[in-house]
Design a protein around this ligand. Structure first.
Ligand code: MG
Length: 252
């Protein structure tokens, strides 16, 4: 069942969304050559403590990080550790925060120094995918419209959409109904209603869409080891347009 949030619940989700996005922005700003993913993780934990929030991923099914940090061919769920970030890397950071009884979930992929132009195009297109999906999160549309909008943008740019991981409903729980694939036909699935809240998160690959999970049991990589990008916002379906809930403080 897809929950419809009340005005009070949406207000609480705006607060946690803003905190989540502000922390992600600060952590993303620390990404630089020579920095380890562990350092980013510790910084996220410190910022969450200051906000009196709880990191949603920490301890989730035993996950040891406060963020997911996924570099280059890593798609999602990279475990922070001793890996040192290098010039030319792309670093995806995914962060979830619990505050006031609700969860915010947001991700970005950062280019480190000078990157391959094709990789930059992958980042740009993945952001366009997220934007296209968000534009469909409007009352009266179908869930499949969100999925299809993402797939069209990705595939017309020559990239592929990850099938093995999907977006999700979000609220008091990090993962609520429905599952939201980033691919599939338009005009199918549940009719959207204002007050539904979704974590939309295209994962787009330069090469094939298939993925593998490494022996650590967490880190998901592309099967062909070509790079992958990931951007995510928590959004509320609106009557005329979607509202992005994970907007950082400095954006007003
Ligand atoms: Mg998510």
């Amino acid at each position: 069942m897809i929950k419809i949030k009340t005005a009070d619940e949406l207000a609480a989700m705006r607060i946690v969304g803003r905190k989540t996005a502000t922390i992600l922005r600060k952590v993303a700003a620390k990404v630089a050559p020579g920095v380890t993913t562990q350092e980013l993780d510790e910084y996220a934990a410190e910022l969450a403590r200051k906000e009196e929030g709880r990191c949603a991923f920490y301890g989730y099914h035993g996950f040891s990080g406060h963020i997911c940090s996924s570099i280059n061919e890593e798609v999602v769920h990279g475990v922070p550790g001793r890996r040192v970030i290098k010039d030319g890397d792309i670093v995806s950071i995914d962060f979830g925060l619990v505050y006031g009884g609700f969860v915010g979930d947001t991700a970005t992929t950062v280019a480190v120094g000078e990157i391959n132009p094709e990789w930059q195009r992958l980042l740009d297109v993945t952001q366009e995918c997220l934007k296209a999906s968000i534009e469909k999160a409007v009352e009266g549309n179908r869930l499949g419209d969100i999925s299809n909008a993402c797939q069209l943008v990705a595939e017309s740019a020559g990239f592929s959409v990850v099938r093995d991981f999907v977006g999700h409903g979000i609220g008091r729980e990090m993962h609520e109904d429905p599952q939201i694939p980033n691919y599939g036909p338009a005009g199918r699935g549940p009719v959207l209603k204002a007050g539904m809240t979704f974590a939309l998160e295209p994962m787009i690959n330069l090469g094939v869409h298939q993925t593998q999970t490494l022996n650590d049991g967490w880190t998901v990589v592309t099967k062909d080891r070509q790079p992958s990008a990931h951007f995510e916002h928590t959004v509320a379906v609106g009557k005329k347009q979607a509202e992005i809930l994970t907007i950082p403080e400095s954006d007003g």
